[in-house]
Design a protein. Structure first.
Lengths: 394, 538
């Protein structure tokens, strides 16, 4: 009796702890689901013909697996329930049957052939990027994407827009936390868009589930992919190949617009690019004071530099060098401008010359030379940065 | 040779008792365990080491799941998170699963084929004692400035070359040591099986565990040098200015992946073929019925091994291969499901019209069949290239390979441990505790890994320390499943310790009514030296 009581007690304890866990899950779930959209439990059908075909293939193979599984497990559980020793089952002694063995080799083979045919068709269609209406170069780098519209003077970087205080749980996370960027890729609906995918440093992978496009960005090589979007909308994806520390923080956002709207947008971007170049020239004559430089510099630093060198300027020991008190940020000014503009080959230090404007470059370099007690008192001007740029260009 | 003392032939007679001092065990810790050339001692060392590594790698998995319990960064910095996923993978593959199988091979192969010991006992000693050094080297890197390997257990270049921490050289040397150990283990298995079978033990009479290990050993010898090659190329690219994987010097980063997966895919089968052997021993025992389709099992294993060299690029469909190559690798990958299916059908046919009982080894074996098959199904889905583009590098893949490696390989190792513990220790395990271990593991492993399929389908990439809010609920459930699975394994630890300390019933020579094979014809625990004269094979 006491044995039974004890095991009952144990079971009750177990049930109680399971309930506790469930409550915990519910509380956590509830607090998160206040903001979050509910998660789909199946693959997306997407918004392209190809993604629809991929979804259909997925469902077909899934259902085939379920049917085979049901048959096999039903046979097994039939045996488990009926052919047991405590029901007095006597073991038969058969141990081979050529006919049966041939049948259960041949049937799966036939199913596989049936599966391979549609898969082959879809695959061949997916890998045919010919006759594109628009070509876009997608370049991954640690940890951002760069988009360049071929035949138009439009190119820009696309960075994570979720802020560090959200990531570190100091502020409420926004609805599209980690799936939002500052400048999304804009694409036309109904046109065949070809992507040329490459990388500047490690391997990344450009993935938008709604298009069923996932292509690795390999440094030094160019991969092709394409899509033709059927519906306007906002589509989100993420980098899919481990690319270092902030692999989880380089999302992809695509806005698909009707063709006319897209063309208007593209024209506007081209104008902006021209205006920016003119502004760049004007900037050369301009001089910033310390306050303005530090204010702008801090913004730029937190967006582009803090991921590696940390907001404190202390870096990560053995991984990313400290700027605080470093030789280059406190003494060698030309070297400092040079490394920010041109990067340091063979390391994760990128060339920021083309990612930032002259004013931003000047501000961030100046900031690094004066923040965290570096206190060199140097105020860097856009013209100085330009001079270093030209020197190396020649 | 360690088997020199032929003066005391141990006939396989149940009432021949083994008295202390008659078994010629070396005296003293050093002589017994460090200098040992006895296959049973080395087998035990391997098994204990692999369990220690299982707990270490498991602790890292707990750390990963704790960080992923909620969105946002709570406990870890992303760089350390990457070190945890990397070292967790390396330890589980090279430290837990592979050494556990080598341990089982050491213990059981000589006993099963009627050999007095492994053919090369000193090399056997060496191949084990390399391992603690290899893993110490690797674990040490976690405490270095810049941290340990953080580029994933697959260490894709150039993340592992130009962009890797300073400790990469130690990682490379550790992998070299593990490779040397595996190759020596494999040579030993092959030489033993080919040369030391008892008279009358023909190849087609070998227990399937021996057969699957023989094939596994050939796979190991074929691919471990490839792994050694690729880590060496990483080493020279990083430290000596070569450009195997750097386009700027005429190399190609995708070539890394081809070489790695030419090792990596057969490696996957290295970690599952011995499981097939274990399940093929346990299912007939508790069905009290001979294994269905012995010959087809052997051929299926061999064809899986052969095909494993033709499918490596299915890990790389998104790297930008020509369509023809994608089609070739898709078709070959789909073909693998046929011999694998044959195995599952054979196990079910073995149970069919048997006289089944459900002791813990059988419970784990049944769970293996069901859950490994689920992992096989998701593998078939992943083989379909166009759909793989959606699944690739998401949690769907994580779910897939954990189903085949945890509820596949690890469950088979658990099954084998319960099956042979009475033979190893001479005591029956605690059936009550073992059942708790089984049911807790079974439920939690599914709570842990099944929802990962949904996360992957919904679009959550793998290897990320933080995720979008929509994934929060499912990740919380997965983490709880993870903690429960981790804790459940401590029950196993208790069961094993109880057996080793002689708590529990004494085991009979043949504790399982339906068991067959030479190991059950000797007393439990198995004497220190067995088959010093060849047994008679019926």
């Amino acid at each position: 009796m006491s044995q039974l009581d004890r095991s009952m007690f144990k079971i009750l304890l177990f049930i109680r702890s399971v309930c506790k866990c469930c409550c915990l899950v519910l509380i956590v779930s509830f607090s998160n689901s206040l903001l979050a959209k509910s998660m789909p439990f199946n693959l997306t059908e997407g918004v392209t013909d190809i993604s629809q075909q991929v979804y259909d293939l997925h469902m077909t193979i899934f259902i085939i697996c379920c049917v085979i599984g049901l048959v096999v497990f039903a046979a097994m559980f039939w045996a488990i329930f009926n052919h047991r020793k405590d029901k007095g089952a006597q073991a038969a002694q058969f141990h081979e049957n050529t006919k049966v063995e041939i049948i259960w080799t041949a049937i799966p083979f036939a199913i596989l052939i049936g599966m391979a045919i549609p898969a082959t068709k879809t695959l061949i269609a997916m890998e045919d990027p010919s006759d594109a209406d628009l070509t876009i170069q997608v370049t991954g780098s640690q940890w951002k994407w760069h988009y360049k519209y071929f035949g138009h003077d439009v190119e820009y970087y696309s960075l994570l827009a979720s802020r560090q205080d959200q990531i570190h749980n100091q502020k409420q996370k926004r609805e599209n936390y980690l799936l939002e960027v500052d400048y999304p890729l804009v694409l036309p609906v109904g046109q065949k868009v070809r992507f040329l995918v490459t990388s500047e440093d490690v391997i990344h992978s450009w993935w938008v589930p709604a298009f069923a496009v996932k292509k690795d960005a390999n440094p030094g090589f160019i991969n092709e992919a394409w899509t033709r979007i059927n519906e306007p909308g906002i589509y989100r994806g993420q980098c899919a190949e481990l690319c270092g520390k902030d692999h989880g923080f380089m999302p992809i956002v695509v806005i698909a617009k009707p063709v006319e709207e897209f063309e208007a947008w593209l024209a506007e971007q081209e104008q902006k690019a021209v205006a920016a170049k003119a502004e760049e020239q004007a900037m050369l004559a301009m001089s910033m004071d310390m306050d303005e430089m530090m204010r702008l510099g801090e913004q730029v630093y937190n967006k582009h530099c803090a991921a590696c060198h940390q907001a404190s300027g202390e870096g990560l020991a053995g991984v990313f060098p400290a700027l605080k008190g470093s030789q280059i940020a406190t003494q060698d000014m030309l070297g400092h401008i040079n490394i920010v503009v041109h990067g340091k080959p063979g390391t994760a230090m990128q060339a920021f010359g083309k990612q930032l404007t002259l004013k931003e470059l000047a501000a961030v370099i100046g900031y690094e030379r004066n923040a965290w007690g570096n206190n060199t008192g140097d105020v860097i001007q856009p013209a100085q940065v330009k001079a270093v740029m030209q020197q190396k260009d020649l | 040779m360690s088997t020199g003392s032929a003066s005391n032939p141990l006939v396989s007679d149940a009432d021949e008792h083994i008295h202390e001092g008659h078994d010629h065990k070396p005296k003293g810790f050093l002589a017994r365990w460090v200098y040992t050339t006895n296959h049973k001692d080395i087998g035990s060392l391997y098994l204990l080491f692999s369990f220690a590594m299982f707990l270490t790698g498991g602790a890292m998995a707990m750390v990963i799941r704790a960080e992923l319990f909620q969105p946002g960064l709570q406990l870890l910095e992303p760089n350390f998170f990457n070190q945890m996923t990397t070292v967790h993978g390396l330890i589980m593959v090279f430290g837990a699963v592979m050494p556990a199988f080598v341990g089982l091979a050491n213990w059981m192969i000589p006993v099963m084929i009627g050999a007095p010991d492994m053919a090369l006992p000193r090399m056997n000693n060496w191949s084990f004692w390399i391992l603690p050094f290899a893993f110490s080297l690797m674990l040490m890197t976690l405490f270095m400035e810049g941290g340990g390997p953080n580029f994933g257990w697959t260490f894709y270049a150039p993340l592992s070359t130009k962009y890797s921490p300073d400790s990469t050289a130690l990682f490379v040397f550790a992998v070299h040591l593990m490779g040397i150990s595996s190759i020596m283990g494999a040579i030993n298995v092959i030489v033993t099986i080919v040369n030391l079978r008892a008279p009358g033990m023909t190849m087609m009479k070998l227990p399937l565990f021996v057969w699957t290990w023989l094939i596994t050993a050939f796979l190991l010898i074929a691919v471990m040098p490839v792994l050694a090659g690729v880590v060496t190329m990483v080493l020279t690219d990083k430290y000596f200015g070569t450009s195997f994987f750097d386009a700027a010097g005429g190399g190609d980063p995708v070539m890394f992946q081809h070489i790695f997966w030419f090792f990596g895919h057969p490696e996957v089968y290295i970690m599952i073929l011995p499981s097939f052997g274990i399940i093929s021993a346990i299912v007939p025992t508790f069905s009290r019925k001979p294994l269905f389709g012995y010959a087809s099992m052997v051929y299926a294993t061999a064809s899986i091994a052969g095909l494993s060299f033709l499918v490596w690029a299915h890990h790389m469909f998104t790297t930008g291969m020509p369509v023809a190559a994608e089609l070739f690798f898709m078709y070959c990958t789909m073909l693998i499901s046929i011999p694998t299916g044959v195995k599952v059908f054979n196990w079910v046919a073995t149970m069919w019209r048997g006289s089944l009982t459900f002791e813990v080894p059988m419970l784990f074996a049944i769970a293996f069949i069901v859950l490994f098959t689920i992992g096989g199904f998701s593998g078939l889905m992943l083989a379909i290239t166009p759909v793989d583009f959606q699944y690739h590098d998401t949690y769907f893949v994580v779910a897939h390979f954990h189903y085949v490696l945890v509820s596949g390989a690890i469950f088979s190792i658990m099954a084998a441990s319960y099956y042979w513990l009475p033979k190893w220790t001479g005591y029956m395990y605690d059936e009550g505790l073992a059942k708790w271990h089984f049911w807790c593991s079974l439920i939690s492993v599914n709570v842990l890994f099944f929802p990962m399929h949904f996360l992957g389908l919904a679009g959550m990439p793998r290897r990320i320390p933080d995720y979008a809010l929509q994934f929060a609920n499912v990740n919380a459930v997965v983490s709880l499943g993870g903690f429960a699975f981790g804790l459940s394994q401590l029950i196993f630890l208790v069961v094993v310790i109880k057996c080793m300390r002689g708590k529990g019933e004494r085991a009979a020579a043949k504790p399982w009514e339906g068991a067959e094979g030479l190991e059950w014809e000797m007393p439990s625990p198995a004497p220190y030296h067995t088959h010093t004269t060849p047994p008679e094979i019926k």
